[in-house]
Write a protein that binds this ligand. Structure first.
Ligand code: PMV
Length: 324
């Protein structure tokens, strides 16, 4: 009884930062993202007679906090399917883990999809989004292809992502990898610290609600310029809320800021490019597909040491080898 699923990372254009409920992972703000077509994670779940769940990531057994997160997804699938067996989970990332490249979004979306299938739970995408959310909030969005919006909601039932239609120019996301090192502070710890200590957190939450509505309207209108400008605002406001935490959380490095500056210069040269960054120093640049090569050329002229990967809108999580 093994089921295997694949999912891709997503990059938030309107960011999620801060939880209203830590256990259920109900976010303080809604968010909106683009699922990519690079760096997939493939996860197999086998229902087993073992006494405990076993989790392996990239060939090594997982313990501690990360395996607890896997267990909370498996527990939810067992609860919903009315089954009690344990599971063996084997997951392979194609992206450096925990480097702010959304490896956890892909991993938990693949896990939720494979686990539901392995345990015989017939779950629609909304339910899979709610299950994936228990592992990592951003994973709720990787269930869907392309542009997705995660409605914050107020409880397990109402907190899920859904796909949005995009009829604007074909999108690309240039990923500038300045570091593949594991981050020093996990997003979970950094979020909690921001919620508990940053005087800017309330302003972040209040301004995010307005920004999300503006961005959703711009997505519906296929308006890349507005989506892009709001993308930069959301990223910088999120990082500002962390700068205000005690002790401060600073994921952006000098190279990250140089990339943001370069993107601004590209815009003044008529290239539609907009920067964002997550819980790490790597920068992602939203642009038109037909201008992605110019964006890579412009960025690498300033930061030649980074690795550049051009991504496009990618598929939602899906079973590649199911039990049925
Ligand atoms: O879902 P987590 O715990 O990996 O947190 C994701 C947080 C950001 O990537 C920084 C923003 C986002 O919305 O994806």
């Amino acid at each position: 009884m093994t089921s295997t699923a694949t999912a891709h990372p997503n990059i938030a254009l309107a960011k999620y930062w801060g939880k209203r409920d830590d256990a259920l992972i109900i976010p303080a703000t809604g968010s909106l993202s683009l699922t990519l077509d690079v760096f997939p994670t493939t996860t197999s779940v086998t229902v087993s007679d073992d006494a405990a769940d076993a989790v392996e990531l990239d060939g090594a057994a997982l313990a501690g906090e990360e395996s607890n997160r896997v267990r909370s997804v498996l527990d939810r699938v067992r609860e919903l399917s009315g089954r009690t067996e344990k599971a063996r989970v084997v997951s392979v990332n194609t992206v450096p883990t925990a480097a702010g490249l959304a490896s956890s979004a892909a991993a938990f979306a693949a896990l939720a999809t494979a686990a539901a299938d392995a345990f015989g739970l017939s779950a629609d995408d909304r339910m899979l989004s709610r299950i994936a959310r228990r592992g990592s909030g951003s994973a709720s969005r990787s269930i869907f292809r392309g542009v997705a919006r995660w409605n914050a909601g107020t409880d397990d039932e109402s907190s899920y992502a859904e796909p949005l239609a995009w009829h604007g120019p074909a999108l690309a996301m240039v990923v500038a990898i300045v570091s593949s090192k594991r981050k020093a502070v996990s997003s979970r710890t950094a979020m909690r610290r921001t919620v508990e200590t940053s005087p800017y957190f309330a302003a972040w939450v209040a301004s995010s609600a307005t920004l999300l509505e503006q961005m959703s309207d711009a997505v519906a209108a296929g308006d890349l310029e507005t989506v892009g400008e709001l993308t930069e605002q959301s990223a910088l406001r999120m990082h500002a809320s962390m700068f205000g935490a005690v002790p401060p959380v600073r994921y952006l490095s000098a190279a990250s800021l140089a990339l943001f500056d370069t993107v601004l210069n590209l815009r003044s040269d008529g290239i539609e490019a907009y920067a964002t960054a997550d819980a790490g120093p790597n920068v992602k640049v939203l642009c038109r597909s037909d201008q992605a090569a110019e964006v890579v050329a412009g960025l690498s002229a300033v930061i030649p040491d980074a690795d550049y990967v051009v991504a496009h809108a990618g598929p939602g999580a899906h079973i590649v080898d199911g039990v049925g």
